[in-house]
Design a protein around this ligand. Structure first.
Ligand code: TUI
Length: 312
């Protein structure tokens, strides 16, 4: 069963959480295009999340969800808010959501945590997760160690719940590959950043379009919070200071607000432009609906080509 049947949407595609980017308005445009839109609560306060939920409810009659970032200081309150607001789907990232699972399941919420390992996938299956989103290190933003190619089939082997693949998916070929690895759907972020509806600054979108394969790097490896971003002056300086042994406080002060700088002001040099390794494949800015339709259309074409190739 593809994940769209569980979620009651047309396409087996989930939008990435995209903290500080995925507003209620953006989530609604993804849901209206037939995939599952998500409000990214990562950089929000509880009040702002509530406003975004109201907005999304006004703008779409399609299912949508909320992504809760476990490192958000307001996550306890937000975990209750999603119940009070009747949210149907919750995805989580950047931590273990076990302590909220019982309450969410009692409220009838479909829960799909992002996991970077087999161990956490198994643990969350036992806690009642409906599916897991298995994210490889190719992804943008906060990442784990393993690649999508290595991790997805290992989680598929280890759990009985549906697996959604994430990290490194921006084309029909990669969507087809995710199915081949045993995934029942995909989560994408980077290719949706370069959409007309995405509320990031034009400079951010253009940086994605201009990026080549080797243009992302990872900050925060030493401190234990690895984050994949597009290489720029800020990334270089961060990694240099990290290697020199800068304290977490100094690094935090340095990066404070850097994602907002990139998203709102379009500061592509001192801002933090989170993006996955597939940024190198994203070549134009298109409407969300076209991005999603093209992905599934191209997947069909690639499937035919692959069947011909394998049948040779
Ligand atoms: O969460 C993401 N991507 C994100 S969150 C974010 S906001 C942020 N900004 C700066 C620093 C940190 C966060 C930007 N991008 N993706 C899902 C994801 N989850 N990737 C990795 C994980 C993860 C890591 C550890 C999930 C669970 C986990 O559990 C550890 C444990 O406690 O067992």
């Amino acid at each position: 069963m593809k994940i769209n049947e569980l979620l009651n949407v047309k396409y087996p595609l989930i939008q990435g959480g995209m903290a500080n980017i995925a507003t209620g308005e953006f989530a609604a445009s993804v849901s209206n295009a037939g995939a599952l839109g998500l409000i990214g609560a990562g950089g929000m306060t509880t009040e702002i999340l509530k406003e975004n939920i109201q907005k999304c409810k006004q703008l779409t009659s399609q299912p949508f969800g909320v992504n809760l970032m476990m490192m958000n200081p307001y996550v306890d309150e937000m975990a209750q808010l999603v119940i009070d607001e009747g949210i149907k789907v919750v995805t989580t990232g950047a931590g273990n959501p076990s302590k909220y699972m019982k309450a969410w399941k009692e409220a009838g919420i479909i829960v799909m945590p992002v996991v970077p390992s087999v161990a956490l996938a198994k643990r969350l299956e036992r806690s009642g997760a409906d599916a897991v989103i298995v994210e490889g290190t190719e992804a943008g933003g906060h990442i784990g160690e393993l690649t999508t190619m290595a991790l997805v089939p290992q989680v598929v082997e280890a759990v009985s719940i549906p697996v959604v693949a994430a990290g490194g998916i921006a084309s029909g070929k990669q969507l087809l590959a995710a199915y081949a690895l045993g995934a029942t759907g995909v989560q994408v972020g980077t290719c949706l950043l370069a959409s007309e509806e995405c509320p990031v600054h034009e400079n951010y979108k253009n940086a994605i379009v201009k990026a080549k394969d080797t243009d992302t790097t990872v900050t925060g490896r030493i401190g234990g919070t690895p984050v994949r971003i597009i290489k720029n002056r800020m990334a270089k300086e961060y990694i240099k200071r990290e290697k020199e042994g800068a304290s977490m406080e100094e690094l935090e002060t340095y990066t404070l607000g850097s994602l907002r700088k990139a998203v709102l002001e379009g500061d592509t040099q001192s801002g933090s432009l989170m993006a996955g390794q597939v940024a190198g494949m994203v070549k134009e800015i298109k409407p969300v609906k076209a991005i999603i339709e093209d992905l599934f259309h191209d997947c069909e074409i690639e499937k035919e080509k692959l069947m011909n190739f394998l049948g040779e």
